[in-house]
Ligand binder design. Structure first.
Ligand SMILES: *Cc1c(COP(=O)(O)O)cnc(C)c1O
Length: 222
């Protein structure tokens, strides 16, 4: 199935300039990415390091690559040289590794902190205490720029529940955005996917990660 360029146009118009669209291209071929690139899309999201590294080498170098979802610490070194935004950092261990590899590469790497907002769905994401800890310790990680929060709502038809989860993340975002200093600059709120991006925007999202609406359903579960 080819990429849905009409849908891309519709969504980019709907989002306007206030909400960034990250086109999630995981499992999809480079031709599909190139098609959206040709229309003007520049932010793409992947969540498998091997796949991301392979695609990055083949595609235009002004693409802004977002690593989305859980990142294994031992893979950080493979993407640190080119990644635009790591969404999201979900442990101190990963944060330490990003700091280490970024410093080694002489770079400052931008990250979003992934917050656990869904019920049971995934084990990844920081709880309130861990998030608070990072907000205290940001200065220990000078090669990291803390740019915002990211979260995934429960995968449920219960839209009220999804709304509540997004609303909770927005409250945390407002809290941490208000304490900007040095490399702690919380301005991005990444929430919303194909099934719930409109709800997320109503709750204050300014970055959505959309895959299947643009590229079609993925053939295998990833
Ligand atoms: C796959 C994925 C998306 C996109 O999901 P769709 O439902 O296809 O839009 C968004 N965020 C993360 C973290 C993902 O892994």
């Amino acid at each position: 199935m080819p990429v849905n360029t009409e849908k891309w146009k519709q969504i980019t118009e709907e989002l306007g300039s206030r909400v960034t669209l990250v086109a999630v291209s995981k499992t999809k071929p480079v031709e599909d990415i190139q098609d959206l690139y040709n229309l003007g899309q520049r932010d793409f999201g992947e969540n498998y390091v091997q796949e991301l590294v392979g695609k990055q080498a083949l595609l235009p170098h002004d693409i802004r690559w977002h690593f989305i979802g859980h990142l294994q610490s031992n893979k950080v070194k493979d993407i640190v040289s080119f990644v635009h935004l790591i969404q999201g950092v979900d442990s101190i261990k990963l944060l330490k590794e990003v700091q280490k590899q970024a410093a080694k590469a002489g770079k400052v790497v931008s990250v979003l902190l992934q917050v656990h907002i869904a019920q049971e769905e995934t084990k990844f994401g920081l709880d309130n205490e861990e998030l608070a800890e990072m907000s205290q310790r940001y200065s220990e990680f000078p090669a990291v720029r803390f740019k915002g929060l990211m979260g995934m709502a429960s995968n449920t038809p219960d839209s009220q529940k999804v709304e509540q989860e997004f609303s909770r993340l927005k409250s945390l975002f407002d809290l941490y955005a208000s304490s900007a200093k040095d490399n702690w600059q919380i301005t991005h709120l990444s929430m919303g996917m194909s099934g719930d991006y409109q709800t997320a925007i109503k709750q204050g999202s300014n970055m959505v990660r959309i895959g299947s609406l643009l590229f079609g359903e993925r053939n295998y579960l990833k």
